[in-house]
Design a protein around this ligand. Structure first.
Ligand code: AMP
Length: 444
């Protein structure tokens, strides 16, 4: 099967030639005619399956030139990285077409985006918050939208964008085609389709949870965080095939901690990205990773979704994610588009339960590798790993008010001090044996 067998036009085929893409991936092939038919579609696909091109190709094939300034195609995605990536992909595919695509996302000044949108465009790629801001502001008009794509819907919901999505959907023309893509179809995704879609046809890239076949997965059982640090360092030192390594960490703090450890050993070879980092830093880090300046980057789940970094040689899961789907997303960063990839997961005793959930979802047991003999097992524990001393909470029974003696109760007899008034005269008498008065003193 080649792209020539799909009902594409010359400009698109030429662009694909330039990109060097010959064979459509499964989802690209399966979804093409369904989208071309004009039906609503639910694509079940994770990143790495070629899902972006899967919707872009038929959307661009169906696109018709108009003089109207308002966009015809709206693509909603969860992160700014994805906005950038999809916009770039559109630009590459439309080298021989007269299509203007604009990407808008939050976290930056709205003015330049407002101006770009107002100048007129054919396709808008947007994160939901900024999209809604531009619509409410009046700069972006949705009345000509014929095709809506919501990409990585599960992730959009995870990020709490439900209200914004519903709000945007309510403002779209009724007569339109809806396309939705998600790695997992959750109850929330189903509800969205029930409310806004018209009998969507489901097209699956691979059954949900099935790992991509070209990813070799392994795991190490590791006792604690600092032994994981030692293991990561050792793997990077000894393994020359680890040319482009994406290290995943559960939290921003963990990502920063690993970065500090690695930067000490591999100065200048590592980058770190998470949502606390400024947008410019994130783009720069990704670019440095792309062009090979960085040999590895440490990232949290959020920013890794959807970013397009080809030829990731290894994905290393420094932790085991709580949600099994996150693991599928993570390892999907390697082994992309018909290339082999390797994923390595570090698992502590506490994380075995998470691993079990992942293995159940995939219906696959990840092979375990023995720890290298020369690995230094650390006995230093992080604050989180230290056993917690739990104080028993004891209930102190307070006496009832009626039984209580109150704050000013009687002292014990032996402690009672009786104040006896002694006159100055008597005091002097007791001291000097005779009456002594102030006057007497003076007279002397
Ligand atoms: P996606 O799953 O959309 O994030 O795409 C994964 C990567 O595969 C991107 O870098 C695409 O440019 C690339 N790609 C998509 N379709 C093809 C194809 N048919 N042949 C080769 N590479 C592709």
């Amino acid at each position: 099967m080649t792209f020539r067998e799909l009902n594409l036009n010359t400009p698109l085929l030429n662009a694909l030639d330039d990109l060097g893409y010959e064979t459509p991936t499964t989802i690209q092939h399966k979804i093409f005619s369904v989208i071309m038919s004009g039906r609503d579609v639910c694509g079940i696909a994770q990143t790495g399956t070629g899902k972006t091109l899967a919707y872009l190709l038929p959307c661009l094939r169906l696109w018709k030139f108009t003089k109207d300034k308002n966009p015809q195609i709206l693509i909603v995605v969860p992160t700014r990285e994805l906005v950038k990536q999809v916009t770039e992909e559109i630009n590459k595919l439309t080298t021989y077409m007269n299509v203007v695509a604009v990407g808008v996302f939050g976290g930056v000044n709205m003015k330049p985006q407002k101006m770009e949108v107002e100048q007129g465009c054919d396709i808008v790629v947007a994160t939901p918050g900024r999209l809604l801001d531009l619509v409410l502001d009046g700069s972006l008009k949705l009345k000509n939208i014929k095709r809506l794509v919501i990409d990585e819907v599960d992730e959009l919901f995870n990020l709490g964008f439900r209200t914004q999505i519903n709000n945007v959907l309510d403002r779209l023309p009724e007569k339109r085609q809806n396309l939705l893509f998600s790695a997992t179809i959750t109850q929330e995704v189903e509800t969205l389709m029930d409310n806004y879609f018209l009998q969507p046809e489901r097209v699956e890239a691979a059954p949900t949870g099935t790992p991509l076949e070209n990813i070799n997965q392994y795991l190490y059982r590791v006792p604690n965080f600092y032994t994981k640090v030692n293991l990561l360092e050792m793997l990077l030192m000894e393994n020359e095939t680890m040319t482009k390594v994406l290290v995943f960490a559960a939290t921003k703090q963990m990502a920063d901690d690993i970065f500090v450890e690695m930067e000490a050993k591999f100065a200048g070879q590592a980058g770190v990205i998470h949502s606390n980092k400024a947008q410019n830093h994130r783009f720069n880090t990704i670019n440095c990773f792309r062009d090979g300046t960085y040999r590895f980057i440490i990232a949290t789940d959020l920013v890794s979704r959807g970013i397009d970094i080809s030829e990731v040689s290894h994905v290393i899961n420094f932790d085991v994610p709580d949600e099994p789907e996150a693991y599928i997303h993570r390892i999907g960063r390697t082994g992309r588009a018909d290339k082999n990839g390797i994923s390595i997961t570090f698992v502590t005793e506490q994380e075995m339960e998470n691993l079990a959930a992942i293995e159940t979802l995939m219906n696959y047991t990840v092979p375990q590798l023995p720890l290298p003999d020369t690995l230094t097992i650390s006995d230093v524990l992080t604050e989180d790993e230290k056993p917690k001393v739990r104080m028993r909470e004891t209930l102190i029974v307070l006496p009832k008010v009626s039984e209580s003696k109150g704050a000013f109760h009687e002292k014990l007899a032996k402690n009672v001090k009786v104040n006896v008034k002694v006159s100055y005269k008597d005091k002097m008498k007791a001291k000097y044996g005779k009456p002594k008065t102030r006057g007497a003193k003076k007279k002397k």
